[in-house]
Design a protein around this ligand. Sequence first.
Ligand SMILES: NC(=O)c1ccc[n+]([C@@H]2O[C@H](COP(=O)([O-])OP(=O)(O)OC[C@H]3O[C@@H](n4cnc5c(N)ncnc54)[C@H](OP(=O)(O)O)[C@@H]3O)[C@@H](O)[C@H]2O)c1
Length: 326
Amino acid sequence: MKAVVFTKYGSPDVLEVRDVEKPTPQDGEVLVRIHATSLNEWDDGALRGEDVVNRLIFGVQAPKRGRQILGSDIAGVVESVGKGVTRFQSGDAVYGDLSGRWGGFAEFVCAPEKALAPKPRSMTFEQAAAIPQAGLLAFQALRMMGPMRPGQTLLINGAGGGVGTFALQLLKPHGLVVSAVDSAGKLELLRELGAAQVHDYAREDFTRTGQRYDFILDVKTLRSVLACTRALKPAGSYVTVGGSMPRLIQALLLWPWVALVQRKKIRLLALKANQGLDVLNELFEAGKLVPVIDRCFGLEETAAAFRFYEAGEPPGKGGDQGGAEG
Ligand SMILES: NC(=O)c1ccc[n+]([C@@H]2O[C@H](COP(=O)([O-])OP(=O)(O)OC[C@H]3O[C@@H](n4cnc5c(N)ncnc54)[C@H](OP(=O)(O)O)[C@@H]3O)[C@@H](O)[C@H]2O)c1
């Protein structure tokens, strides 16, 4: 089968389309013929290998065998099943987040059956591949914030990407006043998705405007966590889903102090892959959640998809058809 392989860390130029052995499903696994995969920030971080966590996961010197094909959000059709699989059979359309094992930028991948959900008929493969990781980061982060009341204020930093565009849609029924921070070219989309206020991060630092929020959802975590908590109202909640490692460590170290002295909450989300996918499925089928997909690429164009992503252009998610997406 064809797969997009990386054997060293670096720019998208290190990605190679190669013929590799088609995997065979083990007990409890399903072999999926991939129709679409989406590109997440984690794929790009792993490709670059610039942070210690990714080096520990993918290999210290170079990506190790079994970790050389990226791509975690996949959608496709079950080709065959291993022993003990009870939920799926050949021909079923499925999707899910395979982070932890990856392998999605390929024609086939093996996945444990519990990592997959049936794809609703009304959902395209591209939409299905765009939902699991970013949709569930948004869903789980908003749940972590606790109860919300209409009229409360919430800011999303980095709102124009995968997580933010799902969060804006998930927030609609809560009646909150939502502010969204991202680059200038994405602000119109953010208004369309329900943001009452939008801010260009290149022109404004949301921690210095004097505005205070009940909740902050941070997708980038590039600013001082203390500055972020100063932008919270009393008893406010700050939840980060990821970003700069030093800032995340700062958040981990400071949360007890912030809770005690400022009486505000800092939370770091550890994604539980695929947990809550059934809820997102229902919202999708009710027309209340639609992934924002900017562009689709073929499997052979996966490096171009990474370059497009790195250029900071795509609002929402990019994706690969017939193999991988960007
Ligand atoms: N917690 C976990 O277990 C877990 C698991 C997987 C992933 N993650 C994390 O989840 C996040 C993925 O988010 P995503 O899918 O929404 O990413 P994304 O699609 O890359 O979106 C990020 C958005 O932030 C914008 N941005 C860039 N610099 C910014 C700045 N200085 N201030 C404000 N916004 C800025 C980007 O716009 P431009 O590009 O136009 O500048 C982009 O629209 C990552 O942080 C990743 O590490 C966490």
